[in-house]
Design a protein around this ligand. Structure first.
Ligand SMILES: Nc1ncnc2c1ncn2[C@@H]1O[C@H](COP(=O)(O)OP(=O)(O)O)[C@@H](O)[C@H]1O
Ligand SMILES: [Mg+2]
Length: 256
C-alpha cells in the first residue's frame, strides 16, 4: 500500500570544514499515496539531500519527515531507492541482486516476476558485467520494486542512459509503477521526463533550496510526448529557471 510523504518545514545544513552549509530551507511538501512527484532544481541545490531525508538515510536539522503518520527516524524499509548508477553486486546473478530488494520486507513478489516485468527473464542467471547500461538499470528497477515498497525514490535514475534507452526506461517505469503502485518521488534534470511521468512537478530554487513553484500535470496516461499542453507546461517551467524568452504561445505550438 502506497504511503503519503510529508515534509514538515524541513531544513538541512551540513557542517563542513568551511563552516555550516545550509542546503534546504523550510521545505513544506505533502505527497499523496500513489502520487508521482518530480523534483527539478539547479545542480547542488539539495535534491539528493531531500531524497536521503525521505529515505531516512540522513536526518533533517529542523522539521520532520513522515511516511503516512509515522515520523522517519532511521533508514525506512518502506522506501526503496534507485540511483543513477545501478549499484548491482558484481559477484551475484541478476536474480540474486533483485532478490536483495526483498530483504526486510514482509510482502515481496518473486524476483522472477519482476525480471519478467522489466524484460530480463532470459538474464536471471547472468552477472551484471554481461548487461548493457540500460539492462542493468532495468535490473535495478526490478530490485527496487520487488519488495513492493510504499515509496519509490528515484535519483536521476536514467541520466546516464542514451536518449532512446531513457525513453524506453520511462515507459517501463510507468508500467512497473502501474503494477506495484508505490508513491514515487523522482529527482530529474530532464523536464520532458518530469512532464511525461509526474502528476506534479516541484521546482526547487538555488541553495539553500526552498520550493519556488509547483506545476500540476493533469494529462491522462499514457501520455503523448508531443502533447501541446505538455509543451506549454514545459515553457512555463523554463521561465522558472530564467529562460522566459522560451515560452511559446499555444498558437505557435499548433502552427509548428
Ligand atoms: N554529507 C555532506 N556533507 C557536506 N556537504 C554535503 C553533503 N551532502 C551533500 N552536501 C552538499 O550539499 C549540497 C547539495 O547536495 P545534493 O543534495 O547532492 O544536491 P543535488 O542533488 O541537488 O545536486 C552540495 O553543495 C553538496 O556538496
Ligand atoms: Mg543529486
Amino acid at each position: 500500500m502506497a504511503e503519503s510523504v510529508t515534509l514538515g518545514r524541513v531544513s538541512k545544513s551540513y557542517k563542513t570544514a568551511q563552516g555550516t552549509l545550509s542546503v534546504l530551507d523550510n521545505v513544506q511538501l505533502h505527497i499523496s499515496p500513489g502520487e508521482c512527484v518530480a523534483l527539478l532544481g539547479p545542480s547542488g541545490c539539495g535534491k539528493s539531500t531531500l531524497l536521503r531525508l525521505i529515505a531516512g538515510l540522513d536526518q533533517p536539522s529542523a522539521g520532520g519527515v513522515r511516511l503516512g503518520d509515522r515520523i522517519v527516524h532511521e533508514v525506512d524499509p518502506r522506501c526503496a531507492v534507485m540511483f543513477q548508477e545501478p549499484r548491482l553486486f558484481p559477484w551475484q546473478t541478476i536474480e540474486q541482486n533483485v532478490a536483495l530488494g526483498a530483504r526486510r520486507r514482509k510482502v515481496a513478489r518473486p524476483p522472477t516476476q519482476l525480471l519478467s516485468l522489466v524484460g530480463l527473464d532470459d538474464f536471471a542467471s547472468a552477472f551484471p558485467h554481461q548487461l548493457s547500461g540500460g539492462m542493468a538499470q532495468r535490473a535495478a528497477l526490478a530490485r527496487a520494486l520487488v519488495g513492493e515498497p510504499e515509496v519509490l525514490l528515484l535519483d536521476e535514475p536514467f541520466a546516464a542512459l542514451d536518449a532512446f534507452t531513457r525513453m524506453q526506461m520511462q515507459d517501463l517505469l510507468a508500467e512497473a509503477c502501474r503494477t506495484v503502485q508505490p508513491t514515487v518521488v523522482m529527482v530529474t534534470h530532464d523536464i520532458d521526463e518530469a512532464l511525461y511521468l509526474a502528476d506534479r512537478i516541484v521546482i526547487l530554487g538555488q541553495r539553500p533550496a526552498t520550493i519556488v513553484a509547483t506545476v500540476d500535470v493533469p494529462q491522462p496516461r499514457p501520455r503523448d510526448r508531443g502533447d501541446t499542453t505538455l509543451a506549454l507546461l514545459r515553457a512555463q517551467i523554463l521561465t522558472h529557471f530564467g529562460f522566459s524568452h522560451a515560452a511559446p504561445t499555444e498558437r505557435q505550438i499548433n502552427a509548428g
